[in-house]
Design a protein around this ligand. Structure first.
Ligand code: SAM
Length: 318
């Protein structure tokens, strides 16, 4: 963790924690606008880059959540660094209503995985080294990605790869994974990548490895990322005080759609063109602050390529 906290304030794009650069930091601070005395909820602590910037912006408190035991370890240093101003809860943000806290002036969800998780080969999120085929954010429970491949019917695997990976060759990919798993050929993430490379030859002009989208799909499925977000959004809104802001960063179109629809519903607007709910049924509880999602500047993308697909939406409770 950097000791010079003012650095992350004056140049929000700059690294605020080793290993993970918080994305859209300036935009998040602008949306949440931390104030003295306010209590803010960071649902996705990760490396604490956003939490640190909020704590450095005002004499406020931050309550943080993360389901990754490694993030819980990092949070211990925050508790010591910000005595009385920082509290951490280990677990899923979909259970945020179980915390004995509320009346938040701002809530942040920075969805997806952290660079800490992606870069740690032993977590199995990446094929840059031979890791276990795991991909669980909370490695203390649930099914690993290999168990998911082995236990899922072919159709379930196809659906996950099609929807979460948006991989058009999902049928070929799922079949190859099932065959390789039955043959006992999937020992490491490198095996997984090589099976996918054979099944899905690289398309001319494609900049990504053929396994990339399938890895993403498996990760989203294993961690039930969409289910978690869907469950958490109304709970977060409920815990927000009037005038409080809910800011959500997504990295996947399905996630962004989920957030967009939820925000429209809270703003008393039809969620899409097919919304048949009557005007009387719609209640305006919030103001959407971002007509279009905010995205990273060219400067941020050049410093942190991971920010390329980030989208920030913000909503104010009225
Ligand atoms: C993109 S990172 C957040 C990075 C953080 N904003 C920062 O500045 O370092 C997402 C984090 O959220 C956590 N996470 C994802 N889904 C979660 C969930 N459903 N419940 C709790 N934590 C979750 C992940 O473990 C990961 O550490």
């Amino acid at each position: 963790m950097p000791s010079n906290s003012s650095d992350s304030q004056s140049s929000p794009i700059r690294k605020a924690s080793f290993g993970h650069e918080p994305v859209l930091l300036g935009e998040v601070l602008k949306a949440i606008a931390p104030k003295d005395g306010g209590v803010y909820l960071d649902c996705t602590f990760g490396g604490g880059g956003h939490a640190r910037a909020i704590l450095n912006s005002a004499n406020c408190k931050v309550v943080a959540i993360d389901r990754d035991p490694a993030a819980a370890e990092r949070a211990k240093a925050f508790e010591a660094e910000f005595p009385g101003r920082f509290q951490f809860f280990a677990g899923e943000f979909s259970k945020l209503n179980e915390l004995n806290c509320g009346g938040y002036a701002g809530i942040l969800m920075d969805l997806g995985v952290s660079s800490f998780q992606l870069d740690e080969i032993g977590r199995g999120f990446s094929f840059r080294g031979a890791g276990p085929i795991d991909m669980r954010m909370d490695f203390s429970k649930g099914q690993t990605a290999l168990e998911f491949i082995e236990s899922s019917p072919l159709e379930t695997l196809e659906k996950a790869i099609r929807e979460y990976g948006e991989e058009p060759r999902y049928k070929k990919a799922a079949r190859a994974l099932k065959d390789a798993a039955s043959a006992g050929a999937l020992k490491t993430t490198l095996d997984l990548a090589s099976v996918l490379e054979k099944a899905l030859p690289k398309k001319i002009g494609s900049k990504i490895h053929p396994a990339t989208l399938v890895f993403q799909a498996l990760r989203i499925a294993v961690n039930d990322e969409l289910g978690q977000a869907e469950e958490a959004l109304p709970k977060a809104f409920e815990r927000l005080s009037k005038g409080g802001v809910l800011a959500v960063i997504t990295f996947h179109s399905l996630e962004d759609r989920l957030v967009k629809r939820f925000f429209k519903k809270m703003a008393g607007r039809p969620v899409d063109n097919n919304d048949s709910s009557s005007v009387q049924d719609r209640v305006k509880l919030a103001e959407i602050l971002t007509r279009k999602p905010l995205t990273a500047s060219a400067e941020e993308i050049s410093q942190n390529p991971r920010s390329r697909s980030a989208k920030l939406r913000a909503l104010m409770k009225i």
